[in-house]
Design a protein around this ligand. Structure first.
Ligand SMILES: [Zn+2]
Ligand SMILES: [Zn+2]
Length: 276
């Protein structure tokens, strides 16, 4: 679980590993909204709090800015919540777009955050070994059941230290030439066979770039909508890992999915952010 701060002036939300991480975000963010409250003249820097009557003048610019940020943080603390999950934002039911490389490790903390809070995890990924390693290292215990749908053959030699004997992990190797319909059907069958009533589902799709590359815009859009509808029956969160900057076609498809996507999150160091 993480701590969360939501700005009351814009749609910005930051989720940090703990409460101390929040204070690194609030001050700078609120200062950006109130930059005119900070002024320089006669070698001195002054700030005048927009929330209360506090005002300061000092010669040490860095010190004054840091003090102002810390002061602004004091006005933000009532909007900080602890022990929350990013998926709370969509009531554990919806589609979350994650702006990160689908195959890099940049978003592994977020993957672990979602998967670690679910009973059933289904992950469609071209990098199954990396995912297994990330979950094994980051989670204190694996989910009740994990099904990894890989678009390649799983290389067990790449994860020699992971003891699959004690884990409820299944690896399904998928023909990389399969169509989105077949991928969708595979996921649907996995949900049927593994989902227990009332259990949270975390569904990761890290193959969206391949799906967009292999098929037209319409079918790629339909694929996500169908998966989202299928998951709505079971109750869970679909995470779509995409790097729209790297692929113009992916960006186009994402535009069509604007109504389907409930939340967009980016990874910023060790925190997760929603930018307005
Ligand atoms: Zn804001
Ligand atoms: Zn104040």
């Amino acid at each position: 679980m993480v701590s969360r701060w939501a700005c009351d002036r814009c749609g910005f939300v930051a989720w940090t590993q703990d409460r101390s991480g929040v204070s690194e975000v609030t001050g700078s963010h609120l200062l950006a909204h109130h930059s005119d409250a900070l002024s320089k003249s006669d070698f001195r820097v002054s700030w005048d709090c927009p929330y209360c009557a506090t005002a300061k003048t000092a010669y040490d610019t860095d010190g004054a800015v840091a003090e102002f940020k810390a002061h602004l943080h004091g006005h933000a603390t009532d909007r900080i919540a602890d022990g929350v999950h990013v998926a709370d934002r969509v009531g554990w039911d919806g589609v979350v777009r994650v702006d990160a490389s689908p195959t890099g490790g940049e978003a592994d903390a977020l993957r672990a955050h979602f998967h670690g809070a679910a009973g059933l995890v289904v992950a469609v990924t071209p990098a199954p070994e990396r995912l297994v390693r990330a979950l094994d290292e980051r989670l204190s215990s694996w989910p009740r059941r994990t099904v990894i749908v890989s678009t390649g053959e799983y290389d067990f030699e790449a994860t020699p230290d992971v003891d699959f004997e004690g884990l409820d992990v299944e690896i399904v190797e998928l023909d990389p030439r399969l169509s989105p319909d077949e991928v969708g059907e595979t996921v649907s069958r996995i949900l049927d066979a593994n989902h227990e009533p009332g259990e949270r589902v975390s569904l990761e799709v890290s193959v969206f770039h391949q799906i967009v590359a292999a098929f037209d815009v319409e079918r790629a859009v339909a694929f996500v909508r169908m998966l989202a509808a299928r998951l709505a029956d079971a109750g869970g969160v679909l995470q779509l890992y995409v790097d729209a900057d790297a692929d113009r076609n992916v960006a186009t498809v994402l535009n069509f999915l604007d109504e389907t996507i409930d939340l967009t999150v980016a990874v910023d160091g060790d925190r997760f952010v929603r930018r307005p």
